[in-house]
Design a protein around this ligand. Structure first.
Ligand SMILES: Nc1ncnc2c1ncn2[C@@H]1O[C@H](COP(=O)(O)OP(=O)(O)O)[C@@H](O)[C@H]1O
Ligand SMILES: [Mg+2]
Length: 307
């Protein structure tokens, strides 16, 4: 089932500095997010990621186009109780302690007081903030603020959680811990919508991604498909001159060393033809692996191509 559907979403902001110019934050963006997915929305600063999340949450409205959450209209108030949200650069009242933040937002989300006490303990532990629960959040580091923010987004046990740059300002260990929390939420069947400009992070945990640039959707799909190539890397025993030349001429191989080369192949038959050829020529094969490119290089290619 699709949890989020958006169709031709467009958002124009009027610019104060150039009265006639309008900023097109989203330009006919369409995609779907399925139940139980971790979906990543990527793009450089100003791409329109936060705008898109705000439209889905009903904080701002589209200029045109439409969206649905759980197959209901975006302005259906009842779906709000199924949503969790960690805003970008959130600012909770800084005279609250960590515990009070969870209590306050839990009550706003309608969690009953008995459950709320138990959940506060549970989520403070999950995000590793139990020792800091009685400390005012003005004393927290950026990473601690993000952890409390994440606990706040989960406190009402939502089915769909929007996280806008959740690991911003968090150290590498904290980022790993946040990733683990997100994976455990996924294991519970939750759907997670993640905005991020940190591509390596997204690559590690997202099932699917959409790449936005200047309001335009430049790519959408499974991370595996986006990062895969048609190139196979062979590691072998030392190639004889004869085999070396044949690989170069007949198979258009890119030779990297006397025992490592790359070939492009559209299917496994083509790969196996090369394996047969190597075996017939008494070359031992150590490994054959499909080459991947990182999401980051793919992203840079796509964005540069569009420019
Ligand atoms: N309230 C607003 N009024 C005018 N322009 C805005 C407003 N919010 C965002 N923008 C502009 O819309 C574009 C997209 O912004 P945003 O959605 O915040 O992108 P991202 O989250 O990808 O960094 C930017 O050019 C930004 O300056
Ligand atoms: Mg943003």
């Amino acid at each position: 089932m699709s949890v989020i559907t958006i169709n031709n979403l467009r958002k124009e902001y009027s610019s104060k500095s150039f009265s006639k110019n309008r900023i097109i934050a989203l330009d006919n963006v369409s995609f779907e997010v399925g139940e139980g997915e971790i979906f990543g929305l990527l793009g450089p600063n100003g791409a329109g990621k936060t705008t898109l999340v705000k439209i889905l949450l009903g904080i701002t409205f589209p200029t045109s186009g439409s969206g649905r959450l759980f197959d209901k209209d975006l302005n259906d108030v009842y779906i709000k109780s199924r949503l969790g949200y960690l805003p970008e650069n959130h600012s909770f009242p800084n005279y609250f302690t960590g515990e009070q933040v969870l209590n306050y937002f839990g009550r706003l989300s309608g969690v009953n007081p008995v459950d709320l006490k138990r959940k506060t303990d549970e989520y403070l532990n999950i995000v590793g903030m139990n020792e800091w629960r009685k400390i005012k959040i003005r004393k927290y580091s950026k990473g601690m603020m993000q952890r409390i923010g994440l606990a706040q987004a989960m406190i009402s046990n939502p089915d769909l959680i929007f996280l806008d740059e959740p690991t911003d300002g968090v150290d590498p260990i904290g980022r790993k811990e946040i990733r683990d929390v997100l994976l455990s939420l996924k294991a519970q069947g939750k759907t997670i919508f993640l905005n991020s400009h940190l591509l390596s992070e997204i690559e590690m945990i997202c099932d699917r991604v959409a790449i936005l640039n200047k309001g335009i959707l430049v790519k959408e799909g499974r991370v595996e498909d986006i990062t895969s190539t048609d190139s196979y890397s062979f590691v072998t025993s030392e190639l004889s001159d004869e085999v070396y030349n044949a690989l170069l001429l007949n198979y258009k191989a890119v030779i990297q060393s006397k025992s490592n080369f790359l070939v492009s192949a559209n299917n496994l038959d083509d790969v196996n033809i090369i394996i047969d050829f190597l075996r017939k020529n008494r070359i031992l094969i150590q490994s054959v692996a499909k080459e991947k490119i990182t999401l980051e290089s793919k992203f840079i290619n796509l964005i540069e191509h569009k420019l």
